[in-house]
Ligand binder design. Structure first.
Ligand code: HEC
Ligand code: HEC
Length: 152
């Protein structure tokens, strides 16, 4: 996390591991034990937030998706609604493009479901600033056609 403190462009701050590490990485990702770098999480965050405004870009989006926001035209959920610590340089953050590492993490259901549970909990929480912008509490089926992690 150190690198993102100094105003460096976020996309430059964490490079994917070299190809030589691809196999151990695949194994670790499948275990759910991998250390996922912040820029990968930021990629997902950008897509989660976008899914409050437009059809979610997940594998199996809810065909009846509708924005859960009271005012999807004018109101915005900001990164800083949930990230108060200002450790991340949100102002300079570019749109993060998908790369092979992201594509691999995306298939790790355990990791993704865990990240999503925490994200949704914060979205619906009085402790954070997004909740007042919602029409109703959000759950997995707001954006996914079927529960993507029914095993928990
Ligand atoms: C609804 C709440 C919410 C919003 C909005 C949100 N995040 Fe997050 N973010 C989270 C949660 C929850 C985590 C996971 C924290 C954890 O793993 O303990 C997280 C983690 C992260 C991390 C990883 C931090 C680390 O230490 O590894 C990054 C980077 C990040 N978010 C960036 C963003 C960006 C960029 C945006 C805006 C596009 C954003 N977040 C919007 C809730 C949110
Ligand atoms: C606001 C919309 C939204 C909500 C609510 C939501 N998700 Fe997601 N979810 C997404 C998006 C968008 C992606 C794709 C992220 C990417 O890969 O770009 C995703 C991806 C996933 C994935 C990876 C597989 C896939 O379909 O891409 C899993 C697993 C997942 N979500 C589980 C959950 C669970 C469990 C919940 C409830 C706790 C949940 N999600 C709630 C939008 C949402």
């Amino acid at each position: 996390m150190e690198v993102v403190h100094n105003g460096e462009m976020f996309s430059e701050s964490a490079k994917p591991v070299p190809a030589a590490n691809a196999r151990p990485l695949a194994a670790a990702v499948n275990d759910g034990a991998v250390q996922v770098p912040p820029f990968v999480k930021a990629y997902f965050m950008q897509h989660f937030v976008a899914a409050l405004y437009s059809t979610p870009q997940n594998f199996n989006p809810n065909p009846k998706w509708a924005s859960p926001l009271k005012d999807p035209e004018n109101s915005r959920v900001w990164c800083t609604d949930c990230h108060k610590d200002a450790q991340l340089n949100f102002a300079n953050m570019p749109t993060i493009e998908k790369n092979p590492m992201i594509a691999q993490v995306e298939k790790n259901k355990a990791f993704m479901a865990d990240l999503m549970r925490k994200w949704v909990a914060r979205l619906n929480s009085d402790q954070f600033d997004a909740k007042i912008k919602l029409k109703h509490p959000v759950d997995c089926l707001t954006c996914h056609e079927t529960n993507p992690a029914p095993d928990r």
